[in-house]
Design a protein around this ligand. Structure first.
Ligand code: SF4
Length: 452
């Protein structure tokens, strides 16, 4: 295990590299015609659709997502009218395209009533084709879910659900303001399986107030008793100066960096014992799950939705703050609902920032994605894909790996390098070595549609 000195030497809260350049490097000078050109490239083809539903019924204090906490019953219906305009604008350019993957995230996608969910799917079906073998996923908050809801969602074609849990411990839940009983989560799982949704994921967070190895152990045992196919254990980043709700979490209740490390290592061991395969930064999956199979055959990719088995597809994100990545052009919609609405009412796509990947960006993106997905990099494979020798173009970065090798985080030779099992904790720090923008000033702080 790494010493506290080693751990504090590296930025454990570095970028999660769901893209490279990272979303905080998008700028306001994106040319709309380049976005249109990129979209025209997927016409008649296939893409992955992400829909950001920004509403939540209750505020979780740890949250860093872009959301609007509201109890207004007509908020979603007004939003769907805007979403309809956005889908119409997209449909004009890429109507007829197939959706092998579609995901609803938030916020809380089940803020929408079932009638509103039907309306949304109707809008999608107006322009796009959902093939029979698609992956259609939705993030669900078990606190606001009924058996009828789950059955109706299955009828609307959802075949993968992700339940936010965070922690089952009551004291932890009190401090993060997310009261969710074990029964609520267990019922949600049972209803999903009874409705024919067999792919179930749980999201947990470690590093929350009052968490300890003991609380995490209890939470994990309870989670395992429900046999999810995938488990993600995200590291909580306490940045109260950026995320206002986090100011309500007393800093003194947070576990130390050593304790957080111990918790993650414990979870990794326990989940390995239970038969789960470790994937990338913080995911675990049963060996038969599509994510584990993609990790095993080398096809696992990373995009704004997180780890993906369809990462080779262009990704179009709709809704406020959603990010798209199409043909090497990245763009983000306005995170603020009023700006998002204004743009759409003016008949424009609501994007406000973007970036076009350069050849150097593509080279670095390839290396960083291999690190984040597979924990290993083969220089010859990168050269074959990118048409330039990374051993020359990235010579000084490769030299910097010596510092990581000295403390057992990576092992390397002339052909490439791999991150050691214990080095997984420092995966982001290794990826950061290849990030040319890491020390450059940012144009504006980013608002994320979700943490992936
Ligand atoms: S954690 Fe999820 S449910 Fe809680 S406020 Fe954030 S987006 Fe909403």
């Amino acid at each position: 295990m790494f010493t506290p000195e080693i751990l504090s030497r590296f930025d454990l809260n570095g970028p999660r590299y769901t893209s490279y350049p990272t979303a905080d490097r998008l700028h306001g000078a994106i040319a709309r015609d380049r976005v249109f050109e990129a979209l025209n490239g997927v016409a008649g083809g296939a893409f992955s659709l992400y829909v950001h539903i920004p509403f939540c019924r209750s505020l979780c204090y740890y949250c860093a997502c872009n959301k609007i906490v509201t109890k207004q019953p007509d908020a979603a219906s007004r939003f769907l009218t805007l979403l309809e305009r956005e889908i119409d604008l997209l449909g004009e350019r890429i109507g007829g395209a197939r959706l092998p993957q579609m995901a609803l995230g938030g916020g809380t996608p089940n803020f929408l009533t079932i009638d509103e969910q039907r309306r949304l799917i109707g809008l999608v079906d107006r322009y796009f084709v959902r093939p029979l073998d698609r992956e259609q996923s939705i993030e669900l908050d078990p606190r606001f879910l009924s058996e009828d809801d789950v059955r109706a969602l299955a009828e609307l074609g959802y075949n993968r659900v992700s339940f936010g849990v965070q922690d089952f411990d009551r004291d932890v839940q009190r401090l993060i303001h997310r009261h969710q009983s074990f029964a609520q989560t267990a019922n949600a799982c049972r209803w999903a399986r009874e409705a024919g949704i067999t792919a179930i994921s749980f999201d947990f967070v470690y590093g929350l107030p009052l968490q300890s190895r003991a609380t995490l152990a209890t939470t994990l045992e309870r989670a395992l008793s429900l046999e999810p196919d995938r488990i993600a254990i995200f590291n909580y980043a306490h940045i109260p100066e950026r995320f206002k709700a986090q100011r309500r979490i007393p800093a003194e209740s947070l576990p130390s960096i050593e304790l957080r490390t111990e918790m993650f290592l414990y979870a990794s061991e326990r989940l390995a014992d239970a038969g789960y395969v470790a994937i990338g930064l913080d995911h675990f999956a049963k060996p038969g799950d599509s994510l584990a199979r993609a990790a095993a055959d080398g096809s696992l990719r990373r995009n704004f939705q997180g780890y993906s088995t369809h990462g080779g597809l262009d990704l179009v994100g709709i809704g406020p703050s959603a990010i798209s990545d199409v043909g090497g052009v990245l763009w983000q919609n306005a995170p603020q609902m009023d700006v998002y609405a204004e743009r759409l009412e003016a008949g424009e796509l609501p994007l406000v920032r973007g970036r076009i990947r350069s050849a150097e960006d593509r080279l670095r993106a390839d290396v960083i994605e291999r690190i984040m997905c597979h924990g290993k990099v083969d220089w010859a494979q990168i050269e074959a894909r990118q048409g330039c020798d990374p051993r020359v173009a990235l010579a000084s970065e490769i030299e910097s790996l010596a510092a990581f090798a000295a403390i057992g985080v990576v092992s390397y030779d002339d052909d490439g390098f791999r991150v050691t099992p214990q080095g997984r904790l420092l995966l982001r720090a290794v990826a950061m070595v290849f990030d040319a923008y890491r020390n450059m000033p940012r144009e504006a702080p980013i608002t994320y549609s979700r943490i992936a």
